[in-house]
Design a protein around this ligand. Structure first.
Ligand SMILES: Cc1cc2nc3c(=O)[nH]c(=O)nc-3n(C[C@H](O)[C@H](O)[C@H](O)COP(=O)(O)O)c2cc1C
Length: 229
């Protein structure tokens, strides 16, 4: 795929920022609005079978080491590890990742001009059966930290267009029913372009702080997603 095709196929969307009305919701309601779409068959024995063992890369996007989305990542990894999967975690906000400058020296299939932490991530990413994106909601999209990493997929674009699964886990302060609309549309569009299959989402609405999310069912949902992936 050349650069022109890539740009044509991804397109440019209209982004509307709606940050008003961060109304806080009750815990019950937040839990009702949970979206955990994994196929969870609760058969942990079969998941521990070596033949189902997967290589998983978890990419986090928050600058809060012990924040809300970090908790979802921790729980997902706990579940996935208990199920016997190999997990590599890449905390974008604590790594050195230069934004893609679109120089095209990589030709979408070659070394990037920047030699930074992506050199550590890329071999893991390429070898993974599943990629987990974990981000706080920032202005109704993913954080810049994780988006910067995704933009750097560009240098391995062709090699990443292979069968993989993906999951999305995100946290937000807001609890409106449209809170995650833009993020999930972006995620689904990204997967469609990459040819990856969605294996589940945990969308933690009404979770602006660690103490709040700890009182919800979302961490358990993240654990179950990892366990049953
Ligand atoms: C720059 C910035 C933008 C944010 N934008 C939104 C937003 O658009 N909608 C929302 O509900 N919460 C928004 N929040 C709140 C965070 O999504 C929320 O506090 C989240 O739990 C933070 O996750 P973390 O603890 O993993 O960093 C924003 C926070 C920051 C710092």
């Amino acid at each position: 795929m050349n650069r022109r095709d890539f740009i044509a196929s991804t397109g440019a969307g209209l982004v509307t920022i709606m940050l008003g009305g961060c109304n806080f919701m009750s815990q019950d309601k937040a839990q009702q609005q949970s979206v955990a779409l994994a196929a969870m068959d609760n058969n942990t024995d079969s998941k521990n079978d070596r033949s189902t063992k997967m290589k998983i890369t978890v990419i986090t996007g928050s600058p809060h080491q012990n924040g809300t989305s970090a908790l979802l990542a921790d729980k997902f990894i706990e579940g996935a590890t208990a199920a016997g999967h190999d997990v590599f975690r890449f905390n974008s906000a604590f790594e050195e990742v230069h934004p893609c400058i679109g120089c095209d020296r990589c030709g979408m299939n070659g070394p990037c001009v920047y030699q930074d932490s992506m050199e550590k991530l890329n071999p893991e990413l390429l070898a993974s059966n599943l990629v987990a994106f974990v981000t706080p909601l920032y202005y109704y999209g993913m954080s810049a930290q994780i988006k910067t990493v995704i933009d750097r997929f560009y240098a391995n674009n062709s090699r990443l267009h292979v069968s993989k699964k993906a999951i999305l886990m995100a946290t937000a302060y807001n609890s409106s029913d449209w809170t995650f609309n833009a993020l999930t549309e972006h995620y689904k569009t990204l997967l469609r372009y990459m040819g990856w299959e969605n294996a589940g989402m945990v969308l933690a609405v009404g979770c602006g702080t660690r103490s709040v999310i700890e009182r919800t069912d979302f961490p358990n949902q993240a654990y179950q997603l990892g366990l049953n992936i």
